[in-house]
Ligand binder design. Structure first.
Ligand code: FE2
Length: 293
């Protein structure tokens, strides 16, 4: 992107973020949790202190950690036990996952797009990316990967709220004209794409670098540095998979395909990938039940 175009896109993102009110704010408790966990000097006691002041969030965290979806059904009776067993970072990611669903609300803006469909797609990408990551002999931060999936398209919520008519136009055009590039169309009609809006929002939320990078580059992970690339690659593959399986909203990435090179880059065999595909729908409905309020 030329410098001038990039500057214009940044200005559009800034202006949109300033205008969207509620969506731009995560619950205060979630922001506090992120701050605590990102500070290397923080302790488990501090994290527990913040979570226990919010009984609804405490309940939700326990619901998630004890769900079939999380894999420790019925074993953890208190938040401090969850922190001891799972660690600060896992509990932080569960808290983010538990507080993010409420953002995906609001009325349908067009036949092809509703926030509920986007939520379903996002859950599918989170579940799929986490399942793919688990195939690796050293799965890195599965809960962070799940959160990366949940938020990868969050920029579209900014567009929907700040530019509802233009966003509906983008979706209509991409539905009508087969092969039209969704991101290019967003840039033409709105002035920036959902990756840029997603980076703007997650920066405002002070999300960690890996999460911001995977939101900002999930359609083109290869442009990232080696250190940040892997998570974005997982999200990209899971995104295409969810679109192919038509779980929830599936306009973006629907013309992409998963190549042997993409699987190889993630050290995944075709069999492992097919297994994730086969279990995706069931896992999505487990996760949806667990995260719904
Ligand atoms: Fe996307």
């Amino acid at each position: 992107m030329a410098v001038e175009t990039a500057e214009k896109a940044n200005a559009v993102v800034e202006q949109a973020l300033a205008s969207i009110g509620d969506l731009a704010t995560l619950p205060e408790v979630t922001i506090k949790i992120i701050e605590i966990v990102e500070n290397p000097r923080s302790t488990a006691r501090e994290l527990h202190g913040v979570i226990k002041n919010d009984p609804a969030l405490s309940m939700k965290i326990l619901k998630v950690v004890n769900s079939a979806f999380y894999g420790l059904p019925g074993q953890i009776a208190s938040v401090d036990r969850a922190i001891i067993l799972l660690g600060l970072s896992a509990v932080k990611n569960i808290a983010i996952a538990a507080s993010i669903a409420r953002l995906f609300k609001g009325k349908r803006i067009s036949e092809q797009f509703s926030a509920a469909d986007l939520w379903r797609h996002s859950v599918a990408v989170g579940v799929g990316a986490r399942a793919l990551a688990r195939c690796s002999p050293h799965p890195a931060m599965p809960e962070e990967i799940f959160v990366a999936g949940l938020i990868h398209d969050i920029g579209t919520l900014v567009e929907r709220q700040a530019f509802p008519d233009q966003f509906a136009t983008v979706i209509q055009r991409c539905t009508d004209e087969e092969g039209l590039d969704f991101l290019e169309c967003e840039r033409q009609v709105i002035g920036a794409d959902h990756q840029a809006f997603g980076v703007g929002l997650t920066t405002k939320w002070k999300f960690p670098r890996h999460l911001r990078a995977s939101v900002g580059f999930h359609h083109n992970p290869e442009t990232l540095s080696v250190e940040l690339r892997n998570m974005a690659r997982l999200i990209h593959v899971a995104d295409v998979l969810a679109c192919q399986e038509q779980v929830g909203f599936y306009l973006t990435a629907q013309y992409d395909e998963i190549t042997p090179e993409m699987l190889e880059a993630l050290n995944l065999s075709q069999e492992q990938f097919d297994e994730v595909r086969a279990t995706l729908a069931e896992q999505v409905s487990d996760a949806e039940t667990t995260l719904s309020s």
